[in-house]
Unconditional design. Structure first.
Length: 76
């Protein structure tokens, strides 16, 4: 069964998550929230996605920040 009704990330791509976080926080504030180089040193969506896809612990931090702030995104 592929249905995940209680998974808050179901159907949301990593690219969409990163784009919404960057739109909401900007790279400067996002780098303060999650101190990883892909957000603090010459950040870009593409380089961030490359790093996050290869680094599970960093991806989990990004996903948790997204879930924590998800209601803020719908208000914008």
């Amino acid at each position: 069964m592929d249905n995940q009704p209680y998974n808050p990330l179901h159907g949301i791509t990593l690219k969409a998550i990163v784009e919404q976080l960057v739109e909401h926080f900007g790279f400067d504030e996002l780098g303060q929230e999650i101190n990883i180089k892909c957000f603090t040193t010459t950040p870009s969506i593409k380089s961030s996605l490359t790093f996050l896809r290869k680094t599970p612990w960093a991806r989990e931090k990004v996903e948790q920040l997204y879930i924590k702030n998800k209601t803020s995104f719908s208000e914008e």
